[in-house]
Write a new protein. Sequence first.
Length: 266
Amino acid sequence: MSVLEDIGATVIQQLNYVGELTTQFWSGLGALTQVLPVLGKRGRWRAALVQMAAIGTGALPMIATVSMSAGFIFAMQSGAELRRFGALQFVINIIGIGFTRELGPLLTAIVVSSRSGSAFSAEIGTMVVTNEVAVLRTMGLSPVDYVLAPKYLAAVIVVPCLAIMSDLFGVLAGGAYMLLSTKMTVAMYFRAVADAVVLRDISSGLVKSVVFATIIVHVGCLEGFKTQGGPDAVGRSTTSAVVKATLLVILADVLFTAIFYWAKLE
């Protein structure tokens, strides 16, 4: 019975965590009006701008490096096999569609989770340990409105932009491989990419990136709010935020890929 009890306790714990995430999501969604440029308060909108710079500008060099490396490796591996069948031109389709649908949003989410998700958890966890969150509640300010909402709005705006940049860098890396392998001109390559990629591919990637941004922000902030103990607890919350956010992003990618796949079949 002890094994069954452990399994049951784990399931209940995970369901409770999902419930906490859902409750926080709806609270954060309702608080977005507080940080909008016209409807919201000026100070919170400025806080959202600061978060946009932190999430976007800081992550762009890493996303460029990761995406170009992944795009070149992806092109080399697929090109090595397709060359045997005389179908090297299909590397363009693989790179274009693969990045816009899957790799661009996924690589962006992993980078943002590692950088910004951990930073969110560390920042809020430190605020909890130093009783700053308790002070906000004493002053009648909601921590969700004051702390989470600017981060959420910034991530929802910036992460899709980063995903587009990831697509661009990945496609450029594929173009470099095709240029070295087949002497294809840049104009011919981008014309072939434009023929291979349709609006549905780009829109599905953008939808995924918005979902991934939501997961990263809410997991990071929830782990920060749940911090208990001293300064060492902040490190544990940060690690937990990165692990859980990355896992949920991958699971969400699988779910949305299946949904888009079956919708296309219909």
